[in-house]
Write a protein that binds this ligand. Structure first.
Ligand code: NAP
Length: 218
């Protein structure tokens, strides 16, 4: 079964100048000076609106693609910078941004140099805190995923680390038409990635560009 499990980055948003988050991250600003700019396209979809208990929303390619978020996923790995704002590890009560019932509904492995005991949430999400190399974290996530795919959840630093280690099979990156100027870049260190991945780009009527990178021969 393990041979069929893929590692996927799912609708990871970057600005036109390649930033996956801004500067000045805090509890009040999970994306720093980027605010909500990187994800407005997603919240405009029918799926995005449903996530917040609202009706309506677009039903085109953006909606079709964000619906792949959970499809076939058995576990996620995320970086400490996604789990909480700088310094979250000093707060024993911090349980992530997502409330009592996070939207993952699988085991989630949080890579951090400040591990703590697992945190079982409502709805099937359990956060496991791991101080481990990417390959070791992936092995743990694969075990937990029961043959399903593992989502590489971000932020940009850990996605870069997993790509550099050759551990990512598929990436869906969404290029958003905003310029952040500052922040954490996704593409740094990925020179000539097109030699290792088949890349297709599709423009949505919403203005974002969906970039699909599939590992060659995968
Ligand atoms: N654009 C998007 O679609 C998207 C998606 C997800 C998240 N984000 C945003 O991205 C930002 C966070 O990204 P980021 O690049 O700053 O950080 P990140 O990739 O989430 O996390 C990096 C941190 O994780 C820990 N870590 C990573 N690898 C490790 C390893 N092998 N062993 C132990 N610890 C390890 C380290 O933190 P410690 O040393 O502190 O433990 C490291 O500084 C947030 O603003 C988040 O909201 C954006």
């Amino acid at each position: 079964m393990a041979g069929t499990s893929r590692t996927r980055v799912q609708h990871f948003a970057v600005s036109l100048d390649g930033f996956g988050t801004g500067v000045g991250l805090s509890r009040e600003a999970p994306f720093g000076h980027a605010g909500h700019k990187l994800h407005e396209w997603m919240f405009a979809t029918r799926w995005g609106r449903q996530m917040f208990g609202q009706e309506g929303g677009t039903r085109g390619i953006d909606d079709a693609l964000v619906r792949q978020f959970s499809h076939g996923i058995g576990a996620e790995i995320m970086g400490a910078g996604k789990f909480g704002p700088p310094g979250w590890h000093e707060d024993p009560d911090w349980t992530g941004w997502w409330g009592a019932n996070p939207p993952f509904h699988t085991p989630v492995f949080v890579l951090t140099h400040h591990p703590r005991p697992p945190l079982e949430m409502e709805g099937g999400t359990t956060f496991h805190f791991l101080d481990a190399a990417p390959a070791e974290a992936l092995a743990a996530a694969r075990d937990a995923a029961g043959g399903m795919d593992v989502r590489i959840g971000g932020g940009p630093s850990m996605v870069r680390d997993f790509v550099a280690a050759g551990l990512v099979d598929h990436m869906h990156i969404v290029v958003v038409p905003v310029l952040l100027g500052r922040g954490v870049r996704l593409w740094d260190g990925m020179e000539s990635l097109e030699d290792r991945y088949d890349i297709e780009m599709v423009a949505s009527l919403s203005g974002v560009m969906h970039v699909m990178l599939a590992r060659t021969g995968g």
